[in-house]
Design a protein around this ligand. Structure first.
Ligand code: SPD
Length: 293
């Protein structure tokens, strides 16, 4: 059932075998088997061009700003001055595009395993892949797990913009990988990782937080809602050795921010860490309590 089906012109993504989300497809723009996965970009009828890897929606023009603003600006408005940023995954360029809006960022290293994703997005998703034109960005085509284990460079912020934990992204949810990332963060560094759905992926989230907990003194979960990921409500994990996403949030810097945002603002930043009761209770023993603000 998964994948683009020419007869019906609908793409359906199946979630855990009892739920599907569907998008009407106007035309297939790109389709190829890369060494890692099937990469497709389709023009949907209502959600713009959409990147689909192995039958799973990665990004759609209509709502990608939600995911990319939230994964990038939350850590960058908490870190006092992030000069070096590492993005692991994110081969569509959307996360790097947002990171590069920060003038204090002097260098972004983006490590993507799949060159086909980058090539396809450069051609058919230019509003995301515009990031690759920025001279501050170095693109490395490599396995993020291996890169993190061997690099000697240190970063202020690391962002793991992964797909789901199957296929090429499996290692990006592993304890050993989090240990490598903790090692390559400079003092005061922040790690943000794509953390799946609080409705559908509770066991995975528990394992992920327990693994990150071993390496980070402070750990939080924050939420966003979008149109194109199954269930709509999705999460990121925020880990640091001390910086607090609320107490250290630089709201005055955001107030002076010249670039237009479409989802992120000071209120959304704070509200994203206020967890619905079923989420708060589930992770209360693993995550840090939030200061009252
Ligand atoms: N279920 C899909 C989760 C995908 C998250 N990453 C998407 C990459 C966008 N840059």
């Amino acid at each position: 059932m998964e994948g683009v089906q020419p007869a019906s012109k609908w793409f359906r993504e199946r979630q855990q075998d009892d739920f599907e989300i569907g998008f009407r497809v106007a035309k297939t723009l790109f389709a190829a088997e890369s060494p890692y996965q099937r990469v497709e970009i389709v023009q949907t009828a209502g959600h713009g061009a959409m990147l689909i890897n192995d039958g799973v929606v990665m990004a759609a023009e209509r709502d990608e700003f939600v995911y990319h603003e939230m994964i990038a600006h939350v850590p960058l408005f908490v870190h006092p001055r992030a000069a070096r940023v590492l993005v692991i995954g994110g081969g569509d360029g959307g996360t790097a595009r947002e990171v590069l809006k920060h003038p204090e960022v002097a260098r972004v290293v983006l490590v993507e395993i799949d060159a086909v994703v980058v090539q396809a997005c450069r051609r058919f998703l230019p509003s995301l892949s515009v990031a690759f034109e920025d001279p501050r960005l170095e693109l490395v085509i490599a396995d993020g797990v291996a890169f993190a284990a061997r690099t000697t460079e240190r970063f202020d912020v690391v962002i793991v913009d992964s797909s789901d934990p199957v296929g090429p992204a499996e290692g990006l949810f592993d304890r050993t990988f989090y240990g490598s990332l903790a090692r390559l963060l400079r003092d005061g560094g922040i790690l943000v990782t794509q953390a799946e759905s609080p409705f559908y992926d509770q066991a995975l989230q528990t394992a992920m937080f327990n693994a990150q907990r071993e390496f980070f003194r402070r750990l939080h979960l924050y939420l966003y809602s979008n149109l194109t990921y199954p269930g709509g409500l999705w999460a990121f994990a925020f880990a640091s050795q001390g910086l607090c996403p609320l107490r250290d949030f630089d709201a005055p810097r955001f107030a002076r921010w010249p670039a237009a945002m479409r989802y992120y603002n000071a209120g959304v930043h704070r509200a994203a860490f206020m967890l619905p009761e079923f989420v708060r209770k589930r992770y209360a023993a693993i995550l840090d309590p939030l200061p009252s603000i």
